[in-house]
Design a binder for this molecule. Structure first.
Ligand code: F6R
Length: 608
């Protein structure tokens, strides 16, 4: 949550900061602001409520020649979105400015202490305490003041600060919030995410907890908590920058939905060698695999849904008992995790606070934890025993789409791998399933080639107050994800149920004003789901069906049918999810919503 950026170099900073904030806007868009030295011994701070565009317009005509500065795009935690609460925050002298991502848990006690010493606070934020602490400790060396300041802080922080007396320097520190720094030899940058640094350098440093970095033009010096210089660990980024452009699409969500065939292909490619599934990065010996007696999958939101798909496949193929849990619950329970449990942590961003806490808990119980993530160098990769990367490339739209399909492709590989290594499936079965998985991108392309039925379905949904999604087996999960997408971007209430559950309560909600989306693709439970559709129709609700091409039974009864090509049931979550993503987007657009920036949400949830 919240994006921070900083630039120091030879060019004018304001445009670079605003450009960086635009790339970080997915992290929050309640307000945005920048701070730069004003050339007269002070600092100029400009903030606007709302998206970065408002800030861009504000600074456009302003005379801000400084070649150093910091910026912030906010997802409000402490204090409502307002210009006063917007970052950067200043100290009493107006010489220090700070941007922060995270939560300072002991801010109230620190603020009381600082107030008692005469410091005057203007905002309701936790961040402002950091500016006043820097003021208290500053004796001519901003890095030394930062070291003393962070020693007082409890909670999570990624902080960047500037001081008017050092107009060519940025000091940065972090704990449990991502910070990446880099330099191209003349310009040095800091950001919450490498996307805002990539235009300058592909070799970056992900700061470790407790480390500080001092940025000057062309130099990034990393220090440990005691101020000793540390040899920076460079990571090379190989993402392509095209991902940051809309490339002719009206929004990132549509672009990312259309990227899915490529994403699934890339995620799967190279993992079948000599008729064996290879996942070298899992780093598991045959002995380790034989010892696994249960799998635990943890994640949040869409990643949790990919975990539900994983459970279906791991249990079906590898026959290992598998549990799936939302990380925010897992972390506060005493889950039955032992050294023979394999834990798979799913997180697109690799920075989700609840998932990271769950990973730590699982490891403390002796389990091996493997991360499945999209973001190189993200925190989860450093906290886990091994990492499998999904090859989604940068996902900008706040609503996850391509990363979900990439996660499903990845967990499908894990399920095949475990099944083969446990001897539950033979090579012929594994190779045949792998080839079917590899065929799904072509089926997605086919679905994307004609979306007329989806538009028709969106007309049925757009004016309702509530919608229901039903499916069975793997497609109950598809429905959970489809309903989540609709809620997130169209602000329509939607609930998803395993179709058989309907008659145990939710059917009471049905009437002609509540449309139902039913996934009735070819599967061993298709007939049962069709009966549920009849029950729904008998209550007067309209039915939008996702069905397998050629299924005339469904056409006869449903109000609208979206056909998808035939696939084996175990792969239908990949194909059936695509029309549900498009449906949510289309409904959202018809309702006038901004699909890439849904209200109240942020892409990376780094707070509890
Ligand atoms: C939904 C969505 C969220 C994320 C969730 C976990 O579209 O994007 O539900 O899936 O916040 O995020 P990651 O996967 O980054 O841990």
């Amino acid at each position: 949550m919240c994006g921070i950026v900083g630039y120091v170099g030879n060019n004018q900073a304001k445009g670079i900061l605003v450009g960086g904030l635009r790339q970080l806007e997915y992290r929050g868009y309640d307000s945005a602001g920048i701070a730069v030295p004003d050339g007269a011994g002070g600092l100029e701070v400009v903030c606007r409520v709302g998206k970065v565009q408002a800030l861009a317009e504000a600074v456009e005509g302003m005379e801000l020649p400084a070649s150093c500065g910091i910026g912030h795009t906010r997802w409000a935690t402490h204090g409502k979105p307002s210009e006063t609460n917007a970052h950067p925050h200043k100290d009493c002298s107006g010489k220090v400015a700070v941007v922060h991502n995270g939560i300072i848990e002991n801010y109230a006690a620190l603020r009381d202490e600082l107030r008692a010493q005469g410091h005057e606070f203007v905002s309701e934020t936790d961040t402002e305490t950091v500016a006043h602490l820097l003021e208290r400790y500053y004796e001519g060396d901003l890095a030394a003041a930062m070291r003393k300041t962070v020693a007082q802080l409890q909670g999570a922080y990624g902080i960047a600060a500037i001081h008017a007396d050092h107009p060519q320097q940025i000091v940065v520190s972090r704990k449990d919030s991502p910070i990446v720094v880099g330099t191209d030899g003349s310009s040095s940058l800091v950001a919450s995410d490498m996307v805002a640094v990539m235009d300058y350098t592909r070799d970056v440093v992900f700061l470790e907890d407790g480390q500080l970095a001092v940025l000057t033009p062309g130099s990034v010096e990393v220090q440990d908590a005691a101020g000793r210089a540390v040899e920076p660990q460079l990571t090379h980024i190989d993402w392509d920058t095209e991902a940051a452009e809309r490339a002719g699409y009206p929004d990132f969500m549509l672009k990312e939905i259309h990227e899915q065939p490529r994403v699934v292909r890339d995620t799967v490619s190279g993992h079948l060698k000599d008729n064996k599934i290879v996942l070298e990065d899992l780093n598991l010996s045959q002995e380790d695999i034989e010892a696994i007696d249960q799998v635990y999958i943890i994640g949040c939101g869409t990643s949790y849904h990919a975990g539900l798909v994983a459970r279906e496949l791991i249990e079906a193929w590898a026959r290992i008992p598998t549990r799936v849990e939302v990380a925010s619950e897992f972390r506060y329970r005493n889950p039955i995790v032992t050294p023979s449990t394999l834990v798979i942590a799913l997180s697109q961003s690799g920075e989700t606070a609840d998932t990271l806490a769950a990973v730590r808990l699982a490891r403390s119980k002796g389990a091996k934890v493997f991360a499945v993530t999209n973001v190189m160098g993200s925190r989860i990769t450093r906290e886990s025993d091994g990492t499998l990367y999904v090859k989604a490339n940068m996902e900008i739209s706040v609503a996850a789409t391509k990363s979900f399909l990439a996660q499903i492709a990845c967990v499908t590989l894990i399920a095949l791998f475990l099944a083969q290594r446990k001897g539950r499936l033979n090579s012929r079965q594994v190779v045949s399933l792998f080839h079917e998985l590899r065929a799904t991108p072509a089926q997605i392309e086919y679905i994307l080639s004609d979306t007329s039925a989806i538009e028709e379905a969106a007309e049925l949904l757009k004016d309702c107050h509530s919608a229901m999604y039903v499916g069975r087996g793997i497609n109950a999960t598809t429905c959970y994800e489809g309903a989540l997408k609709l809620k997130e971007i169209s602000y329509l209430h939607a609930e998803a149920y395993a179709a058989g559950e309907l008659k145990h309560g939710p059917i009471a909600l049905l009437d002609p004003s509540v449309p139902v989306v039913a996934v009735v693709t070819e599967s061993p439970t298709r007939m049962q789901t069709l009966s549920n559709v009849q029950e729904i129709l008998a209550r007067g609700a309209k039915v939008i069906a996702i069905a397998t091409e050629g299924d005339e039974d469904v056409r006869e009864i449903a109000d609208c049918v979206i056909y998808i090509p035939p696939v084996r049931d175990c792969f239908s979550a990949i194909t059936a999810s695509v029309p549900l993503q498009l449906l949510a987007r289309s409904v959202a657009l018809k309702r006038g919503c901004d699909v890439d920036h849904p209200r109240n949400l942020a892409k990376s949830v780094t707070v509890e």
